[in-house]
Design a binder for this molecule. Sequence first.
Ligand code: SF4
Length: 319
Amino acid sequence: MTDSILSVRNLRVVIPHRHGKLVAIDNISFHIQRGEIIGFVGESGAGKSMTGAAIIGLIDPPGYIERGEIWLDNLRIDQSVRGDAILIRGKRISMIFQDPLTSLNPLRTIGDQLMETILTHLPLSAEAARKKAIAGLEEVDIDPSRFGAYPHEFSGGMRQRVVIALALCAEPELIIADEPTTALDVSVQAQVLDLLKRLCRERGASVMLITHDMGVIAETTDRVAVLYAGRLAEIGPTQTLLSNPKHPYTRGLIASTPSVESGDIGTHLFQIRGTMPRLDALPPGCRFHPRCEQIMARCRSEQPEVAENGAACFLYEDD
Ligand code: SF4
């Protein structure tokens, strides 16, 4: 992993509102290396899905990118016109959503849907596309005899495997997976994540894995970005960040995750006091300050930026 497939620089996404603009993403910068699996974690409303939507050009109107740049390799994609955006989506970047039923057309067989995606993005004959579609199903452990089956004929876990086959069939360089296992039973979550991880590793594809689950982050990712109220709170290698979290919010998220090994089952878990602020009621200064147990005077008025150590917090300014 030596170079970046994606660079996001000073991204700001706003939503027009009757009293002005709501800032959903505020000055976020990060990169994704080729072949890397990077997790984006945080509570609901932190901006994880909005960041993924900005990358793939699917921000719901009236929201829009007000500032910043998004580069896919050496192509700037935040300014893509419609035709370019369609070519980039599905071909170079693909997306896996939480609920496979929203990604699959209930009126068409999964074979048809795979072939359509392949023929849209790859210069193949119909016969070659059919062979590739069948190979894609086999890769996700679905028997090719199901090529002509409809989405409702599959279980939830199998449908999500079909969606993974769809996401991979045009050989994308980056996959954005937005809570890909949240709608599945716990018993099949690990299978689906293992499959996604293995296939992406084999193909050298990068993955941006959006989740609220620290356990999924620990099991699956190389690096992790922690978002809070539309800003980056902390970013770094997964093992480093989990073993030595710096930002008080990251520490709170980890402390509130149950662990069988540490004997948390049956005991009271840590809770971060308060709730994530609404976009129309963001506090001044550090957005985490109303919930922070290490708050200092300046935190109420000054906004910390991500420092060399990966954390956006004044506690480490002298490091
Ligand atoms: Fe807490 Fe201040 Fe750090 Fe924000 S900057 S996380 S309020 S110590």
